[in-house]
Design a protein around this ligand. Structure first.
Ligand code: AMP
Ligand code: ZN
Length: 115
């Protein structure tokens, strides 16, 4: 289901331009407009889910698929060997600003440990 005013739903529908790096039946991936690393890609499910808090058992395959997509994108874009960080911010206190579930894939820099 799509949300009328969600910025990522608009990107998926092509109503807002984006730099697409990957698309399939379940997901859309594009470059972050305000990159936090030399490579910064967002992977979003085509289904509108507000955050990780909306995930249910029926989404298990989708979430697994997103992680496999991250690996495929890393290989296709040539940064799999370099290494990358996959991040999901859930809720305002974790830094979430767009309330359509997304996974950041960051590479091209040596990151400090967060955890
Ligand atoms: P978060 O803060 O985890 O919710 O991440 C939202 C991300 O979406 C931020 O890194 C923004 O830079 C990115 N973003 C917002 N609008 C756009 C857009 N139109 N195209 C690409 N990335 C966007
Ligand atoms: Zn949405």
């Amino acid at each position: 289901m799509m949300e009328e005013n969600c910025i990522f739903c608009k990107i998926i529908r092509g109503e807002i331009p984006s730099q697409k790096v990957y698309e399939d039946e379940w997901v859309y991936a594009f470059r972050d407009i305000n990159p936090a690393a030399p490579t910064h890609i967002l992977i979003v499910p085509k289904e509108h889910l507000a955050s990780a808090n909306a995930l249910e058992e029926k989404h298990e395959a989708l979430v697994g698929h997103i992680l496999v997509c991250a690996r495929k994108i890393a290989e296709e874009q040539g940064f799999a060997e370099y290494g990358y960080r996959i991040v999901n911010n859930c809720g305002e206190n974790a830094g979430q600003t767009v309330f359509h579930l997304h996974f950041h894939v960051l590479s091209g820099a040596k990151f400090d440990r967060m955890v």
